[in-house]
Design a protein around this ligand. Structure first.
Ligand code: TXA
Ligand code: MG
Length: 330
């Protein structure tokens, strides 16, 4: 199926809202990554998302909601913790997991009794939510296990094989670049399920209570599988002080390789290697990392060597994504 990329004019938004209302799929920009959207109240519509992505049935979807009124219809109770976090961070890259009402389809919840809600900070996503008038279930618009798309063109590449013609709304490159932080506030203590650019420290400071790490008691979902966000080319990660030896090792194989780093390591020969320069700050790195991984993956190299960012907060979120991307399949 050819995906078709549309400019986000009013006619596109109206057509996209109509397609959602018919139970169809629409790929939409958010501030984090592009999503593959469907009517969150409809089992049949949500089933189309799983089919198009090749997504395991047990992995629930995030429901995107419009800015403004609290999304009380979707939850059993809009709790004080949820209200506090939404006041502080919505619209924005924070997803809240709460006890679900019957409003979200069973398929969206993957049969569970919680629902993940997020209010995206992107004008095109908000215009589509307003036009549609209800929640849009949307995972990242990639084939399951692959790299999340941060441009409309990357969505078209990822989902070229899905049935029907996919409507992709172009909102430009995503400014945040990695997926939202997910915090489960459905239990007695808030738990961090996925780190992101809104950091665990930010959330804990807002709530005045530390977050539990997702541990043994948390439901298994593929977003927490060891391998995720992965390029096809083998990926080798190196802390800054290990970069020179990792690049020297790649050079010694005599096969072509790509280096994702802030600079080529001093004293290491560059024959056979291509540098894709990483930006210096963590927010810029988050914005660019998936685009650069995609570019490195498309270069026809035998391996990719990537410098790991340091630090807590966004550094931790980036190490989480890169470590999963580097885990061998199988
Ligand atoms: O930034 C984002 O969150 C992007 C954009 C499109 O909004 N979406 C995204 O969706 O990353 P996805 O499906 O690729 O990742 C959502 C993660 C999955 O790991 C899923 O298991 C988890 O959220 N999730 C969804 N509903 C959940 C629930 N009720 N309880 C626990 N985890 C849930
Ligand atoms: Mg995803």
């Amino acid at each position: 199926m050819p995906a078709r990329i549309h400019e986000p004019d009013d006619a596109t938004i109206a057509a996209a809202a109509a397609r959602l209302a018919e139970g169809g799929l629409v790929a939409l920009p958010t501030e984090t990554v592009y999503g593959l959207g469907a009517d969150a109240r409809s089992d049949a519509a949500a089933a189309g998302i799983y089919a198009a992505k090749g997504r395991p049935a047990g992995n629930p979807l995030i429901v995107h909601v419009a800015a403004g009124a609290p999304p009380t219809a979707w939850v059993r109770s809009w709790t004080p913790q949820a209200a506090r976090l939404a006041d502080a961070f919505w619209p924005g890259p924070l997803t809240l997991v709460l006890a679900a009402s019957e409003h979200a389809s069973t398929t969206v919840r993957a049969g569970g009794d919680t629902v993940a809600l997020r209010c995206p900070d992107h004008p095109v996503a908000q215009r589509l939510l307003a036009a549609f008038g209800s929640g849009i279930a949307a995972p990242s618009a990639n084939r399951s296990g692959s790299i999340s798309p941060t441009t409309a063109a990357a969505v078209a590449t990822e989902l070229a094989g899905a049935p029907g013609e996919l409507m992709v709304i172009d909102g430009g490159p995503c400014p945040v670049g990695i997926e939202s932080t997910i915090v489960d506030v459905s239990g007695p203590a808030p738990r961090l399920l996925r780190p992101g650019t809104i950091t665990a420290e930010d959330v804990a400071a807002c709530l005045g209570t530390p977050l539990e790490a997702a541990g043994a008691g948390s439901p298994a979902h593929p977003g927490s599988a060891p391998r995720h966000y992965a390029p096809g080319t083998p990926l080798v990660l190196a802390a800054p002080d290990e970069l020179a030896s990792a690049v020297a090792g790649a050079h010694a194989t005599r096969e072509p390789f790509v280096v994702l780093a802030r600079a080529w390591p001093a004293g290491v020969p560059s024959t056979g290697g291509t540098l894709l320069e990483l930006p210096g700050t963590l927010p810029e790195l988050a914005r660019d990392i998936y685009r650069l991984l995609r570019e490195a993956d498309g270069a026809g190299a035998a391996r990719i060597v990537c410098e790991l960012p340091e630090g807590s907060g966004i550094g931790m979120a980036l190490r989480d994504r890169l470590t999963r991307a580097a885990t061998p399949a199988g």
